[in-house]
Design a protein around this ligand. Sequence first.
Ligand code: ZN
Length: 357
Amino acid sequence: MSRYFEVLFLLIFAGLLFPVFPVASQQKEFTVVIDAGHGGKDPGALGSSSREKDITLSVAKKLGALIEKKHPDVKVVYTRKDDSFVALDRRADIANSAKADLFISIHCNALSKRQQSPQGVETFILGLHRSKDNLEVAKKENSVILLEEDYSQKYEGFNPQEPESYIIFEFMSDQYLKQSLRLASLVQHQLVHNSNRINRDVRQAGFLVLREVAMPSILVELGYISNPNDEKYLKSTAGQNSMANSIYMAFKEYKRDYDKKNRIFSNETTNQHQKTISSETAIEYRVQFLTSPKKYEAGSPAFKGLSPVSFYKDGTVYKYTYGSATDLSEIIKILNEVQPKFKDAFIVKFQNGIRIQ
Ligand SMILES: [Zn+2]
């Protein structure tokens, strides 16, 4: 009898673990998506004798060629390889359906007043802007969606020109923040020290294209096409080679860390291994919409029709949540459903069922 339960227990346990955390997934090849900003009918920023879309495409292809040549184990995916228009959500689709491990978006910055244009390189990761400057860069890059016919529907009412639209980005930066920041710092460092660009730092802002991708991601503004010195460099073959090489060097270092981590990972015993995977994948997002000292029953009018609703207790207070997703883009969709009813609703994060910051 006890043997029977032992076997049963093992079967249930194995059945619970394996379908959720397939062991094979960690052996997949590393995929990097290289995203040349703009293209086709969207030239991007304009210099006096060059266009952002041409510079980004050239650097993207050079970068991809370097990675392909030196890392046969890495799959390179491009969002565009020619002068074609690719919508922002399509760029993200390409990266997400490739199940990429990294997303590198390449752009050039510009100011409308050429005389006052700063120069230098800045590397962005997704997040809430901490300065008006950063917001302006995101606004400019996001306004590409205005060229898409059904943008308001596709991006769920997001208006690139409206500062209120950007509040949502505060909730997005967690999941891949550390890895994105690591890559951004490496890229910025290489462009400054290897390509001798002026350092305008790693920054955060709400870029739609970064919001939509489910992987560590950066957006690099190689320089100011509106600044004569930067433009000369940006459009030169030598400059483009050097910038591609700098980003490549950063990628190489990032990948080396990644491999090191994965090797240690697979040397661990199966038990530890499963523990590591489960703690990494047990992140869950919910939308918190109501806080009350009262415990409401399911179907209560207080929920304004939301069902099913969960709650957790924080001291003496009940906090009510709706929806559950392991990926941010999913929970954002749910948040968008909830906000018309509860305008202060926001996303909360759980690990192994416990609310975390
Ligand atoms: Zn751009």
